[in-house]
Design a binder for this molecule. Structure first.
Ligand code: NDP
Length: 351
């Protein structure tokens, strides 16, 4: 079967370093790239072997050699570009955070539903085999009733990414929209429970005069009174990452699993002792996500993280941000109309 034919919306680092290589390994094609700069677009196309570079979104979306778009522009553009792609009948794989407001995210979801195109959010962690193994352990009752989750996701922002994430006022700068939203996507995938409220403390620790927080600690209450804590940072050079799930009957301790690479170890501790859990599948996370996306386009299965899951992760991140800025505990936004939006996902058997 022919692979998908993609247009890249955004001449980004993540497309060049992770997504285009993963697309090609799967036999997908990249037909064109959109950049706001003709020179950068041409240089990017040449460097990445892409036949067409353009500055015109309408023209890109009208191309008949494009089945789907991968949107990896800065965050404030995801909403309008997704609406345009849906109107043009193109499937959408959109980078996280899906949008800058929950309402915008829901408008994207509804536009894609109405257009009959697939919308996925490129949260990579739920695609990791380690995370899928943890989710299965929890679903199988290996830890009993879940009580708490701890997420360690502090790292050091590489030099080449020290741009809009630090200085992009209005672009969704800051570590919360960059990293905490990934934590939220990962915790939802593992627990299948919604976050209800968030408290947080955020600081600016780095040497770069950031316009937004570059380190944050959050404390969240999830359905069933599960407590979740996260530490996310751009400032910590030598940390390991990890995710731990504590339950009444056991605990899962996973190290080096909050990364873009398919490594890490998972250990289960329970009354019988401590056991390393085998994770034989070490496929590239982005390949797993792209493969599921292509399946959904064919009508076979669903994306690893769809639009609703992306909206859910965004809602958690925005609550953490508001909590950090206000010093108050903040309710996590539900659906557009204030009702719990996620019931259908649970009925789906997804949780
Ligand atoms: P980049 O900064 O590389 O690219 C974002 C935009 O910035 C591009 O669309 C491009 O504009 C512009 N740009 C790129 N290079 C330059 C330059 N040298 N001078 C001026 N403008 C430039 O972003 P990232 O790849 O880091 O992130 C893109 C999106 O992907 C974000 O939404 C981010 O949150 C997400 N992301 C997701 C990851 C994941 O694992 N899921 C990992 C990393 C990022 P133009 O297109 O107009 O040329």
């Amino acid at each position: 079967m022919r692979g998908l034919r993609w247009a890249l919306v955004g001449a980004s680092d993540i497309a060049a370093t992770r997504i285009v290589p993963a697309m090609r390994r799967l036999g997908h094609e990249v037909s064109a790239v959109l950049s706001t700069s003709p020179e950068r677009g041409r240089a990017y196309a040449a460097a990445n072997g892409i036949p067409v570079a353009t500055t015109a979104l309408d023209g890109l979306l009208a191309r008949d050699d494009v089945d789907a778009v991968y949107i990896s522009t800065t965050n404030e553009l995801h909403h309008s570009q997704t609406l345009a792609a849906a109107a043009a009948g193109k499937h959408v794989l959109c980078e996280k955070p899906l949008a800058l407001s929950v309402d915008d995210a829901w408008e994207m979801i509804e536009a894609c539903r109405e257009a009959g195109v697939v919308l996925a959010t490129n949260h990579h962690l739920p695609a990791a085999a380690t995370h899928r193994v943890i989710r299965q352990l929890v679903a199988d009752g290996a830890v009993g009733r879940p009580l708490a989750v701890r997420v360690f996701h502090a790292g050091h922002l590489p030099d080449r990414l020290q741009g809009w994430r630090l200085t992009g006022q209005g672009r969704g700068a800051g570590v919360i929209l960059d990293v905490t939203c990934h934590d939220a996507a990962a915790v939802w995938a593992i627990l299948g429970r919604d976050a209800l409220e968030a408290a947080a403390v955020a600081v600016r620790q780095g040497p770069w005069g950031a316009v937004a927080e570059d380190a944050v600690v959050s404390a969240l209450r999830y359905e069933g009174d599960v407590l979740v804590q996260t530490h996310d940072a751009f400032t910590v050079a030598y940390a390991r990452t990890g995710l731990e799930v504590y339950g009444e009957e056991g605990s899962i301790v996973a190290v080096d699993v909050m990364t873009q690479d398919p490594g890490g170890q998972v250990t289960l501790r329970d009354r019988s002792g401590e056991h390393e859990v085998q994770v034989p599948d070490r496929r590239d996370l982005y390949e797993v996500a792209l493969e599921a996306f292509a399946g959904a386009v064919r009508g076979d299965g669903r994306p690893v993280v769809d639009g609703v899951d992306g909206a859910r992760a965004l809602a958690v991140a925005l609550a953490v941000k508001e909590a950090a800025e206000s010093g108050r505990t903040v309710a996590v936004a539900r659906g557009r109309d204030g009702t719990p939006p996620y019931e259908e996902r649970k009925e789906d058997g997804r949780a």
